[in-house]
Design a protein around this ligand. Structure first.
Ligand code: ADP
Ligand code: MG
Length: 682
């Protein structure tokens, strides 16, 4: 157990230690969990004449000749010979030590792939090692570890060997449970993976389906589940204000709405109402595809807080969105005589001061804003509920900052996201959240038709825009994402605005982009909403949440450059009214395989969950949520798609372990997360 506590570096970190840290290795336990990515078979020697091109083999031979040549460039070339034949080894970069190793007459082993080259049969950059008289071959496959510059495989291997001989290999899984799950023992599994016997089947080792691998993955998932359960339990130990539904304001808002809530909305409202009643902080994610109507659900929750005399805040990632929420809320709540305040970074000093005063005095119980809300000057001492819209756009810190507004009792948290989270992800990384899903769109929406059009046909697309606007509809024209340069992106948007203005002279074309002053941005959006602008040229600032029901056509230029979630979000800006909507994805061939896969996915489905699933496949969970986002360590070995069966089992096992063997649960956390578990909880 002792070896598993991370040692804080007391003295300056050595180069070796620094490199190990880079690999996430802080102690022996970390070394043991640093598992090979593949293996090489050095248990056998292949005669030179029997080496087949393209197959990694080990040969043992005598150096016949070696020289440094300069044609076509500086390189070290040597001829090696055994009883069966000879081949060349070639190094484009080399150290003096290698020259020494390759002095004529020496015996060496070389591991690599043979190919036919300029000199005849050759190995390029094989792994070389000197052979001493009477030296025996290794009796295990050679593990190849993920490593970093300046840390040689051999050194890493030695460190792992040492850890195997001195660190705890205790099996933290109760024997009965292990047997029930038909998993091999921990020590056996670890040893097998670090030192597989020569007859081990490389295929099942490398695709990680071997039982030893399953055991590792299971423990990883189990530990993650334990961590999540603890966070869940810990949260419930904090006090929060109980805000039971009093039916005063909420009922009046529902009665005044121009529409009836969908079944899914009603369910979500009920779930949230129940959570708010509890004396511990809610942590709920409201998931619903674009246009599913999350805002009204949030508004009802905010009113429930207000009914109890508490403040509620709604934070949105962009000014446009925050302002839109503010207007909508003010509009809905006007008949109820409930004050709403609004805060943004760009606000005039005087307006801001007035808003802050309304918040501080309690005249406005509801506050809407951008991250300007989390600034210290904003007094939300009576904050009972914090709503975070498009939560994936905020970092953990920003989301948590709202929670720190109060002293003593924590506010309830409602996170909203239109980026659906695949079930496997929700079960693993997000298990600390309760989830409500809006899986039903408000009635009267017509499905969006998606078209893929090569950019050579841009002119036809412009005609489509003209036709749509002639029929009284409106269109978005989204300019390409230019990752390297924001300036370039802006320039493109301005140019597109100019050409479209010229080509569609009879229409009013507007332009909105990130560099516009918030006032200017709001004015353009307002004009678009009132149909004073028919075609809105935009950068991705319109990506989230913007709601203009009359816009029924969206054109996205260089769609191949956008991420899948982003395309889905953008497309969701249309199809919000009753008219049939179209999304035209302009692309520039040739497409990369990944770009093609993304366009195919977005073309084939409008189901946010299916899109999220494919996005997860294309990008992997790290990219998908980011460790920073989730606050939960990323899985290193288990795969959410391939090991979904293990996730289910791990969930149950975590519960059992936590209840009946808490010390084993502790030991697992220490083994997998070491000192990091504490950090993650913060
Ligand atoms: P999102 O989930 O993308 O945030 P919004 O909350 O912006 O969706 O809602 C999209 C549009 O649908 C808004 O104009 C909203 O007023 C409207 N809406 C919400 N719920 C309903 C409903 N039950 N019936 C009809 N329209 C609704
Ligand atoms: Mg929204």
């Amino acid at each position: 157990m002792k070896a598993e506590t991370p040692k804080k570096p007391a003295k300056p970190v050595s180069a070796l230690t620094g490199r190990l840290h880079k690999l996430g290795i802080y102690n022996d336990a970390d070394l043991l969990l640093h598992l090979p990515m593949r293996y090489e078979d050095e248990t056998q020697v292949t005669p030179v004449a029997a080496a087949r091109p393209g197959e990694p083999v080990q040969i043992e031979a005598e150096v016949e000749h070696a020289e440094i040549t300069f044609k076509p460039r500086r390189q070290l070339v040597a001829r090696l010979r055994d009883d069966s034949g000879a081949l060349y080894v070639r190094f484009l970069s080399f150290y003096p030590a290698m020259q020494k190793l390759l002095e004529p007459g020496r015996r060496v082993r070389a591991f690599g792939e043979v190919r036919s080259g300029f000199w005849g049969e050759e190995m390029i950059h094989p792994r070389l090692q000197a052979v001493q008289e009477g030296e025996v071959l290794p009796d295990a496959l050679t593990p190849i570890y993920p490593t970093t510059a300046g840390l040689a495989q051999a050194a890493l291997r030695k460190l792992v060997q040492r850890a195997l001989s001195r660190a705890s290999l205790a099996d933290h899984l109760p024997e009965a449970l292990r047997r029930a799950l038909r998993l091999p023992g921990w020590e056996r599994s670890l040893r097998y993976l670090h030192q597989p016997p020569p007859d081990a089947r490389l295929a099942v080792l490398e695709d990680r389906s071997h039982p030893a691998w399953r055991r590792i993955k299971f423990d990883e998932l189990l530990t993650q589940q334990i961590q999540l359960r603890r966070a869940y339990v810990e949260r419930r130990a904090h006090p929060a204000a109980s805000l039971p539904p009093r039916g005063l304001l909420t009922a009046r808002l529902i009665a005044a709405l121009p529409f009836a809530l969908t079944g899914a909305q009603r369910r979500a409202v009920d779930e949230i109402a129940r959570d708010l009643t509890q004396p511990w902080p809610m942590q709920r994610l409201l998931q619903g595809d674009v246009g599913s109507g999350k805002t009204i659900v949030a508004a009802l929750a905010m009113l429930q807080a207000a009914e109890n005399g508490m403040q509620a805040a709604l934070m949105a990632p962009t000014e446009i969105l925050a302002e839109q929420h503010y207007r909508k809320l003010a509009d809905w709540l006007a008949p109820l005589d409930i004050g709403v305040a609004w805060l943004s970074g760009s606000q005039k000093k005087r307006e801001r001061a007035a808003m802050l005063a309304r918040v501080a005095s309690g005249e406005a119980l509801l506050v809407v804003g951008t991250h300007a809300l989390i600034e210290d000057t904003v007094g939300l001492e009576r904050l009972g509920l914090a709503v975070v819209d498009e939560q994936h756009r905020f970092g953990v810190r920003q989301r948590l900052a709202l929670r720190e507004k109060t002293s003593g009792r924590l506010p309830h948290m409602l996170m909203m996201s239109a980026t659906p989270i695949p079930r496997t992800l929700a079960m693993s990384y997000m298990a600390d959240l309760d989830v409500s899903v809006l899986d039903e769109l408000p009635p009267g929406r017509t499905p969006i038709v998606t078209r893929l059009v090569a950019d050579a046909r841009r002119d036809e697309v412009i005609e489509r825009v003209r036709d749509a606007c002639r029929e009284g509809r409106q269109a978005y024209w989204v300019c390409p994402l230019i990752e390297e340069s924001e300036t370039l992106q802006l320039q493109t948007a301005v140019e597109t605005f100019e050409t479209l203005s010229a080509e569609l002279a009879e229409l009013t074309v507007g332009l909105v982009h990130g560099r516009l002053k918030p006032d200017g941005k709001a004015a353009v959006m307002e004009a678009f909403l009132r149909n004073e602008i028919q075609v809105l040229v935009a950068t991705t600032v319109i990506e989230v949440g913007v709601d203009v029901p009359n816009a029924s056509l969206m054109v996205i230029e260089h769609a191949e450059r956008f991420g899948l979630a982003q395309l889905h979000q953008l497309r969701g800006r249309v199809g919000r009214g009753a008219a049939a909507s179209t999304c035209v994805l302009l692309y520039a061939p040739p497409l990369s395989p990944n770009g093609r896969a993304r366009l195919k996915a977005i073309f084939e489905t409008t189901d946010g969950f299916e899109i999220a699933r494919r996005d997860l496949q294309l990008r992997g969970p790290g990219e998908f949520i980011g460790a920073r986002q989730s606050g939960v360590p990323l899985l290193r070995y288990a795969d959410l798609e391939a090991d979904v069966d293990l996730i289910e089992v791990a969930r149950q096992a975590a519960e059992e372990l936590q209840a009946r063997h808490p010390e084993a649960a502790d030991a697992l956390l220490a083994r997998w997360y070491g000192g990091r578990a504490e950090l993650l909880r913060a």
